[in-house]
Write a protein that binds this ligand. Structure first.
Ligand SMILES: Nc1ncnc2c1ncn2[C@@H]1O[C@H](COP(=O)(O)OP(=O)(O)OP(=O)(O)O)[C@@H](O)[C@H]1O
Length: 259
């Protein structure tokens, strides 16, 4: 299985012309790996995701999917390749979990066309993978934050994407549910060769789950590379202004010790 490649060259973008938010970023999400995007609040991480999904058009630079400019692909083609899970989504209609997850098949259907048998099978598989089978008929309005976050992930997976972008996917979850969620993502990367970019704020989770890191400061990419070599005390000082040390646990994990 060949994993897809999402990369960008010289991206520059501002919501207004004279205030750049993303400043000349060239980056790549290594295929079949989990890459964490890290940086202070307001450093431009979510805006970079918007450029990578064509939600906004960069003033300069190009995003490529498997070496084709993303902007040249039709919207439904893009939606089949790249899915995004936001930190919080709003829903006010009491739709069932299965119905909401089924929306992920929209890019594969014509307007008002019913889900095919194949779609139904895929949705059943995804509900199982995301441990939602028993909740399939429940209204999404009745779910806990952790359950709901798994629904958004399932919806994204129903798009059958090659690339999954996660914008602070664990922000509203308790620590146990955060670890569950990230373990599930790790498993998907390992077994399905998914390419994942995840904006994460917890540096210990970055050390535990990410293969690679992209570090943003004030709209610029200041470091990128394999996690263990890139997340150093020097980078943490530069990014967050903290004097941290990185220690090894008995189990061999790296952990950040904050002052
Ligand atoms: N729709 C918008 N219109 C104008 N400015 C915006 C818009 N969205 C974000 N910004 C500004 O762009 C800058 C970067 O925001 P962005 O959300 O990309 O940062 P971030 O690194 O994801 O932050 P956080 O970690 O707090 O989520 C901020 O100064 C923000 O105020």
């Amino acid at each position: 299985m060949t994993a897809p490649h999402l990369r960008a060259t010289h991206l520059t973008f501002g919501y207004t012309k004279d205030v750049p938010i993303i400043k000349n970023i060239s980056m790549s999400l290594p295929p079949g790996k989990l890459t964490a995007i890290i940086g202070r609040n307001g450093s431009g991480k979510s805006t970079l995701f918007k450029c990578l999904t064509s939600e906004v058009s960069p003033q300069v630079g190009t995003v490529y999917l498997n070496d084709k400019p993303l902007a040249d692909l039709p919207a439904n083609h893009r939606a089949r390749q790249i899915a995004i899970v936001h930190q919080k989504n709003q829903l006010s209609t009491p739709l069932s979990v299965r119905t909401v997850v089924g929306f992920g098949r929209t890019p594969y259907r014509r307007f008002l066309e019913k889900p095919s048998k194949n779609d139904e099978r895929l949705i059943t598989d995804i509900l199982k993978q995301t441990k939602l089978t028993e909740l399939a008929d429940r209204s999404v309005l009745s779910l806990s934050g952790g359950q709901l976050q798994r629904v958004w992930l399932a919806l994204a997976l129903a798009q059958d994407p090659q690339i999954l972008l996660l914008d602070e996917p664990t922000t509203y979850l308790d620590i146990n549910t955060q670890l569950d969620f990230l373990s599930l993502i790790r498993q998907l990367v390992n077994t399905k060769c998914l390419t994942v970019g995840a904006i994460l704020h917890d540096m210990n989770q970055v050390l535990q789950f990410a293969d690679n890191v992209l570090a943003l400061a004030d709209g610029q990419l200041i470091a990128d590379g394999p996690t263990a070599q890139t997340v150093t005390p020097t980078l943490l000082k530069q990014l967050f202004g903290i004097n941290a040390t990185i220690v090894k646990t008995k189990a061999g994990h790296q952990l950040i010790d904050y002052p």
